[in-house]
Design a protein around this ligand. Structure first.
Ligand SMILES: [Zn+2]
Length: 167
């Protein structure tokens, strides 16, 4: 019995708790990104407007607004709003925003870029993500003037390959 207990304690002692917690945290963030149809949390974060106190606002490709907190999204569900007015109303009620704060919120909403949905993989992505520009993959259009884009060169290639197979 005591041996068993010692095994346990030894096992617990050998665990790098910081690493475990970090891994769990990473997984939860990946889940959050998946819930909002982003490939990675980092992409989601870059695509979102930071509103302060851990809160972010994301303008999704389907036109809805997602309001989430980087710290308490596990306990609190991500809030989705169909229309911007409903969101502003919610914030005024929840956070007792004054006029000035509401005005700055509206400014942030204007700056929030609407996401696009990749026609190949179905993930949302920010067409103006600075990383895309760095990689030289901004402006991969499905066809001239099309409003839909691919999220990555991989998806563009996959789409071409698929079309070749189908024809
Ligand atoms: Zn894609």
């Amino acid at each position: 019995m005591s041996d068993h207990r010692q095994d346990w304690e030894a096992a617990l002692d050998s665990i790098e708790w910081d690493e475990v917690l970090e891994e769990v945290g990473e997984q939860l963030k990946t889940n959050l990104a998946a819930e909002l149809r982003f490939r990675t949390y980092e992409e989601l974060e870059r695509a979102s407007q930071f509103l302060g106190a851990g809160y972010y606002l994301t303008h999704l490709s389907d036109g809805t607004w997602a309001f989430w907190n980087e710290k308490n999204y596990v306990e609190e569900d991500v809030q989705r709003f169909q229309d911007p007015k409903a969101f502003i109303q919610y914030v005024i009620e929840q956070f007792q925003f004054n006029r000035e704060q509401v005005e700055s919120l509206i400014e942030s909403m204007r700056e929030a870029r609407q996401m696009k949905r990749c026609i190949q993989c179905g993930f949302d992505f920010d067409p103006q993500d600075p990383v895309r520009e760095e990689l030289g993959i901004d402006g991969i259009y499905a066809e001239e003037g099309a409003s839909e884009e691919f999220c990555s060169p991989q998806c563009a290639i996959e789409n071409v390959v698929q079309e070749m197979k189908e024809s």
